[in-house]
Write a protein that binds this ligand. Structure first.
Ligand code: HEC
Ligand code: HEC
Length: 313
């Protein structure tokens, strides 16, 4: 069992600062290759076992950010681009049986998904801190004690827009404009500071930054009431739909798209813009695409239930 593993540290190139420290499975790492120069790089994965023993695995890879949307595998020496997400598998976490002494071996990088322009690495790196610092300098003199929506807007554009959309309409992450959580300071702050699912933590943000972000987001309108009023014809998903959707999803989709739609071998479906485009969503699911197999037998109402379930994620 991996209770033997105390933590896994992931380092990029010569860096002494770990890119990420993982303490619980699944050991997922996101790396934005758009933020590192093209050319050869090294990922060093250090597993620290209880009692202090360590093991090191090194993977060489090459970054080549030419414009092309998807790849879905990585091997030693392979070229990668965009943002790569992969699981670091440990001995007991579905590691390939062929890997020899599993408990001691950190098995390989397994599934890799390129998520277009999503830059979680950004959040893990020192860069986000320097951008916050830069913003802080710009607004320092005008910074009152009260929440400052302009400052929130800058923070949002620099740190959140890549995943939640330029106008907080949603993208890789769910819509934040009109999101009821914006009104719940404690919940909001917790998700942002600690991260959740595929959302990275932003522990560098101060209480003031968070208040500014909320001030900006609540100024965007699209309040939950307004949202409901804008789409009166669409019946709210019933709990039954969500339950059906969950069961279909868990059996047929979760293996590739993650138990909560957070992505895995296939892209994230939680917060995916296709959730609001039933025709396209159904088409991809019925016909398959790329490495995604077709599911012609799933009726439209089943897929509507799957979307209803994913929207709760
Ligand atoms: C790398 C992409 C990414 C970035 C950058 C990002 N988020 Fe998220 N965010 C997500 C995802 C994915 C979720 C859904 C998390 C889940 O599945 O539990 C999420 C969820 C949230 C939620 C919870 C929404 C809900 O309805 O439950 C809030 C609030 C939030 N993000 C705020 C922010 C703020 C503020 C920032 C900028 C400081 C930010 N996020 C940056 C990806 C991101
Ligand atoms: C065997 C793995 C696998 C399974 C099972 C799977 N998918 Fe996928 N799915 C993928 C991959 C890989 C892609 C990306 C396809 C591409 O490269 O164009 C994808 C793409 C999608 C997309 C398009 C997402 C986008 O942003 O363009 C949707 C929608 C989708 N899948 C829905 C589903 C649903 C619903 C199920 C269950 C009924 C499911 N998938 C089951 C692997 C899978």
């Amino acid at each position: 069992m991996n209770q033997n593993i105390e933590r896994i540290e992931v380092f990029l190139d010569e860096s002494k600062e770990p890119l990420q420290v993982l303490t619980n499975p699944p050991f997922k790492v996101k790396l934005d290759t758009l933020n590192i120069p093209d050319g050869p790089h090294t990922l060093r994965v250090v597993t620290v076992f209880k009692g202090g023993k360590m093991e090191e695995n090194v993977v060489d890879f090459e970054v080549d950010n030419l414009p092309s949307p998807f790849i879905d595998g990585i091997d030693d020496g392979q070229q990668v681009r965009g943002v790569v997400e992969f699981d670091v598998l440990t001995g007991d976490y579905e590691a390939p049986k062929s890997k020899g002494r599993l408990t001691a071996t950190l098995a390989v990088l397994s599934t890799i998904v390129v998520l277009g322009l999503i830059w979680a690495f950004f959040a893990f790196s020192g860069m986000s801190t320097s951008i916050v610092a830069a913003n802080a300098v710009q607004t320092e003199e005008s910074k009152p004690a009260a929440a400052n929506a302009d400052h929130g807007k800058e923070l949002y554009a620099a740190q959140c827009a890549s995943c939640h959309g330029a106008k907080a309409e949603g993208g890789f992450g769910p819509a934040l404009a009109g999101n009821p959580m914006v009104g719940e300071a404690d919940d909001f702050n917790k998700v942002v500071v600690q991260g959740r699912g595929s959302m990275p933590p932003f522990s560098n943000l101060s209480e003031q930054d968070l208040a500014d972000l909320r001030a900006y987001l609540s100024s965007l309108g699209g309040k939950s009431d307004a949202g409901a009023a804008a789409a009166p014809a669409a019946p709210a998903a019933s709990e039954a739909d969500v339950a059906t959707g969950k069961s279909v999803y868990s059996q047929q989709c979760a293996g590739c798209h993650g138990p909560n739609g957070e992505g895995g071998f296939g892209p994230a479906l939680a917060g995916n813009p296709l959730l609001d485009k039933p025709e396209e969503f159904n088409k991809v699911t019925h016909e398959g695409r790329g490495s995604m197999p077709p599911f012609p037998q799933l009726e439209d109402d089943k897929l509507a239930a799957v979307r209803a379930f994913l929207k709760t994620k």
